[in-house]
Design a protein around this ligand. Structure first.
Ligand SMILES: Cc1ncc(COP(=O)(O)O)c(C=O)c1O
Length: 406
């Protein structure tokens, strides 16, 4: 089967965060805030969900479950779902986990909120993570009243690298209890090499830290790139938590089901006890995620190929028209992390600028990526190429009109 990723799908009136929630999420504003573009003129390159229709195999499985007609209290009782997920991990990453360690959550973020609180028991315990960072690593720390410690990554003309000396120093702070690790990394799209993962593991183990490895983006990869779960590097380390889900890479974030693999039995019990949904899950979500793992690979491969072409398109665009941004295609995610700092007047609020001058909704800067993100913008490329072409032209025109960096 050949899937159509060029199709433009109208998401109006579906209560989609991407369509209806952007004023509040990006600008902390209500309907009164005026923009230079009408709502239906914007191109949405912000939040990380796709404009692509879900795989037919998943939609068919959902239909079948709906036709059953009963949607009573549900969780995972039999082995069908865990077996499907385990087979996926074995086939795609050559990795096996302990089935008793597998817990569930409606999302990796709700799980993170819970885990940070469970691990950081003392008021002055601290949470360590790399910046620029996915915003919810900060929000989970703030929610739990914990101080954050940033390990700033370094930007070497297009390639982001970890600062291991700084990481080792920060990890040695006795108040730091957990490293929240993103593998692959959002927003930079870095896929950490085995050597880099080993260095992180060594630092974590030396300081006896917990590590929460958020691997939600791991199935979104450029051709030839593999995924190494942290669980494969830290084979027996008891303080490792691995978070994965089919939600992100199969475009089902709204279905809300994720896999949280917690090795430490005490932490696992605490996590289970802290679940305010007392273990229940959405029956449709279990069906959908299982169908993704069992029948979704073909769609996933084609979607990855399509997005790779989108990346090539913007790379060519930047190289030819705005070489100063020094854009390099990342190994993972469908997110382009672009340095507009050198082509916009100093101090430009990039979120406001691209919304008002180009009619393109993006996320950028420290405001949305915590720290170490000045001048950078994240562009979501999981959309029909025709939309990306319009957005790129509009952004380019806006940059030209702003006169560049003085
Ligand atoms: C690194 C990372 N973790 C977690 C999430 C969201 O997880 P969930 O929807 O399962 O709560 C995202 C969404 O963009 C993400 O980028």
């Amino acid at each position: 089967m050949k899937y159509d990723f060029d199709q433009i799908i109208d998401r109006n009136n579906t209560n989609a965060l991407k369509r209806d929630g952007w004023r509040e999420y990006i600008f902390h504003a209500g309907p009164d805030k005026k923009f230079a573009f009408a709502d239906d003129e914007f191109i949405h390159m912000w939040v990380a969900d796709m404009e692509f229709r879900c795989a037919d195999e998943i939609i068919d499985a959902i239909h079948k479950r709906v036709d059953h007609g009963i949607f009573g209290y549900t969780t995972v009782y039999n082995d069908d779902y865990p077996n499907a997920f385990a087979a996926w991990c074995k086939r795609r990453y050559d990795w096996e986990f302990n089935k008793e360690d597998l817990c569930y959550s409606p999302g990796i973020i709700p799980a993170l909120y819970e885990l940070v609180g469970d691990i950081c028991e003392n008021d002055d315990d601290k949470v360590l993570f790399q910046t620029p960072s996915y915003g919810f690593f900060k929000h989970a720390s703030t929610y739990n009243g914990k101080e954050m410690v940033f390990n700033k990554m370094k930007w070497n003309d297009g390639l982001w690298e970890m600062d291991f000396d700084d990481l080792a120093e920060k990890a040695a702070d006795p108040k730091v209890k957990v490293l929240v690790f993103c593998n692959p990394q959002n927003p930079t799209g870095r896929v950490w090499t085995e050597e880099e993962l080993k260095k992180v593991a060594e630092i974590v183990e030396k300081n006896d830290l917990y590590i929460i490895s958020d691997e939600i983006h791991c199935d979104m990869r450029r051709s030839g790139v593999g995924h190494i779960p942290m669980g494969k590097i830290m084979k027996d380390y008891p303080k490792l938590v691995t978070s994965m889900s089919a939600s992100k890479c199969f475009n089902m974030a709204g279905l809300q089901l994720s896999n949280i693999i917690i090795r430490d039995p005490k932490l696992r019990q605490k996590f289970i006890d802290g679940d305010k949904l007392v273990g229940f899950l959405n029956p449709i979500s279990i069906t959908a995620m299982q169908a993704a793992y069992e029948h979704g690979e073909d769609w996933l491969n084609q979607m990855n190929d399509y997005v790779e072409e989108n990346f090539k398109y913007i790379k060519k665009f930047f190289d030819e028209k705005l070489p100063e941004v020094k854009f390099e295609i990342p190994d993972s995610t469908y997110l382009a992390w672009v340095n507009f700092g050198k082509v916009l007047p100093e101090g430009t609020d990039v979120n406001d600028f691209f919304a008002n001058k180009a009619g393109v909704l993006i996320e950028g800067d420290d405001a949305l990526f915590v720290d170490n993100a000045k001048g950078f913008v994240r562009l979501n490329l999981a959309m029909p190429k025709s939309q990306i072409e319009i957005a790129m032209d509009r952004m380019y025109d806006a940059i030209e009109a702003a006169g560049g960096r003085k």
